[in-house]
Design a protein around this ligand. Sequence first.
Ligand SMILES: NC(=O)c1ccc[n+]([C@@H]2O[C@H](COP(=O)([O-])OP(=O)(O)OC[C@H]3O[C@@H](n4cnc5c(N)ncnc54)[C@H](O)[C@@H]3O)[C@@H](O)[C@H]2O)c1
Length: 255
Amino acid sequence: MKGLKDKVVIVTGGAGGIGSATCRRLAEEGAKVAIFDMNIVAAEQLAQDINQQNGQALAVRCDITDRNVVEQAVQQVEAELGPIDGLVNNAGWDIFKPFVKTNPQEWDKLIQINLVGMLNMHFAVLKGMVERNSGSIVNIASDAARVGSSGEAVYAACKGGLLSFSKTLAREHSRHNIKINVICPGPTDTALLAGVTEGASNPEKLREAFTRAIPLGRLGQPEDLASSIAFFLSEDASFITGQVLSVSGGLTMSG
Ligand SMILES: NC(=O)c1ccc[n+]([C@@H]2O[C@H](COP(=O)([O-])OP(=O)(O)OC[C@H]3O[C@@H](n4cnc5c(N)ncnc54)[C@H](O)[C@@H]3O)[C@@H](O)[C@H]2O)c1
């Protein structure tokens, strides 16, 4: 892909399933990757792996729900890697229950991680991108935001918010040459999906049901997402902004 070499890219939730595949792919393309995660042990392990394979990665402990922590973490990246060219808002969390069985503490946690966290990240990173008149942001939503998903009402509300927030910001910042796009994974084989299925009365049956619903006949793999994320960040996508792409084996065929 064009134009990723030496670009500084932050990936939130970078130590998780989709996040770690994305960090590896970006490093392969020559980018300098800042791995933002609360799980600093996993983030440091990943950074070490990438650096040993001649990539460039920096692990940063960051809880995206804490605005002060986010501001400091972004400053650390600028000091150690340079001005930020790209941001992937990927950190997320989900629980799988009918809405009437959830409680307000669960809503708060879902909203903090899936909605407030990405607001904090945009706020910290966009100022520099505006000054430099350049940047690319990829936000990871979910097909649940586009077509709904039983058992994920508050999560889907947050991801729907992320989707409309992204389109609005794409309009506000197109004059600054900042591209903002959204990728919607479907069921993808990660710890997050395992957490969702383990909460069900019959986890294997739920996994099979997810797989059956996907026209291409398999769950997504983190690498399936990583390639699309890298594309949106690259110069190959320099004329694309405000768009939403489902990477979900045809689960959502949305116009
Ligand atoms: N896996 C799926 O089926 C699926 C489907 C649709 C959308 N998504 C979305 O894809 C993204 C990545 O999910 P995944 O499946 O790789 O999940 P994952 O659980 O494998 O990884 C999530 C990562 O986010 C980190 N994280 C959680 N809260 C954080 C916080 N407050 N601050 C910093 N880091 C935090 C975790 O430590 C973890 O490393 C999420 O936004 C998720 O909602 C996943």
